[in-house]
Write a protein that binds this ligand. Structure first.
Ligand code: NAP
Length: 319
């Protein structure tokens, strides 16, 4: 039988759970569809579940870990009455409020939920190389976020994979800490904008390995090197590094909203004022609508914005 709720939140990273804390404290009794694990790199709680040390989330002077932070946010949301369901949103119908949301069989005529307002916080997944051991080494030498983890690599030799703006930005940022940054790119030309390319070329700490792909990760429990294959000669060589930053793009989780919400050319939900999307009553927060900042704290902040926007929108409707 279809359940009705005032606010349904899809996603349980820092954006979704912060939205849940605010919405539940506003007595909107939100339901959070937290997702369900389909692999080690895809589990409820979002990207932070793959992050070990977090030293830049305000309020934790001695640092914390991603899973601890997400567990605390979850408990805090539940304390105020948010109901959390371990399931995945399979289909939505946003033609009019109350919006229809299916979490089980998307083919059944009756939706699982009807909600007056919907907050989309489904996040974005960092693309990985797909190498054996990669998931296990995340947080132990392999990273997808220089802002988060660069500090841990002071005076070390590290590598960045990718040739786009993100890879160059990460490589440049990492030169503040590392002795040397090797940029590993699969072609002989960077995809990054000219200005970023010039910055990389003129930085003495950055060496570029052209026409190269990472084929193996070395290290038992902690990365201590990578195997690189030259795509022109097919020759393999080892590079001794303690960190590997994979910056080959992100995939926002917006497939189920295609054709119903405005989505930009990179796949992210377009938000206008605050967290408003192209559909009245649907709000988006966190990485699913942010390809610039992508931080736990900015996601949490935008979750707060989305909950307040939803609350105001419902109040104007008289709900
Ligand atoms: P991107 O532009 O799609 O670049 C991804 C890079 O990773 C490409 O160089 C690609 O190689 C490489 N790559 C993809 N799959 C790979 C694989 N399996 N193995 C090895 N290499 C792989 O992604 P992005 O850099 O994250 O940027 C996304 C968007 O955000 C872009 O529009 C970008 O301009 C923008 N952005 C802007 C800034 C800025 O202006 N400061 C900063 C960050 C991002 P190929 O080149 O061979 O395809």
């Amino acid at each position: 039988m279809t359940q009705h709720c005032k606010v349904l939140i899809a996603g349980s990273g820092p954006a979704g759970l912060t939205a849940a804390i605010y919405a539940s404290r506003a007595e909107l009794a939100p339901i959070v569809i937290e997702g369900e694990p389909s692999s080690t790199s895809d589990q409820p709680g979002g990207q932070l579940m793959l992050t070990t040390e977090i030293e830049n989330f305000p309020g934790f002077p001695s640092g914390t870990t991603g899973p601890e932070l997400m567990a605390s946010m979850r408990v805090q949301a539940e304390r105020f009455g948010a109901r959390i369901s371990t399931a995945k949103v399979q289909r939505v119908d946003l033609a009019s409020s109350p919006f229809k949301v299916w979490v089980q069989d998307p083919e059944t005529p009756e939706p699982t939920y009807r909600c007056d307002a919907l907050i989309v916080a489904t996040g974005a997944r960092s693309l990985l190389l797909g190498l054996p051991g990669e998931n296990e080494l995340i947080g132990h030498g392999v990273s997808t976020c220089a802002t988060c983890d660069g500090f841990f690599f002071k005076n070390q030799q590290i590598a960045v994979v990718g040739g786009g703006d993100s890879a160059i930005e990460e490589a440049l940022f990492l030169t503040r800490f590392a002795d040397k940054v090797t940029l590993i790119h699969r072609r002989d030309k960077l995809r990054a904008s000219r200005i970023m390319q010039e910055r990389a070329f003129s930085n003495k700490k950055i060496e570029i390995r052209w026409n190269s792909v990472v084929t193996r990760l070395h290290g038992d429990g902690r990365l201590d090197g990578v195997e690189i294959c030259d795509t022109l000669t097919d020759e393999s060589s080892d590079l001794s590094v303690t960190g590997l930053f994979v910056a080959i793009g992100h995939q926002p989780a917006t497939e189920i909203f295609a054709g119903q919400l405005d989505i930009d050319e990179l796949g992210y939900i377009v938000t206008g004022s605050g967290s408003r999307t192209s559909v009245d009553g649907v709000f988006a927060c966190g990485d699913v609508q942010d390809h610039v900042y992508r931080q736990a704290i900015t996601a949490a902040g935008s979750g707060c914005v989305a909950a307040i926007d939803a609350e105001h929108w419902l109040a104007n409707l008289g709900s």
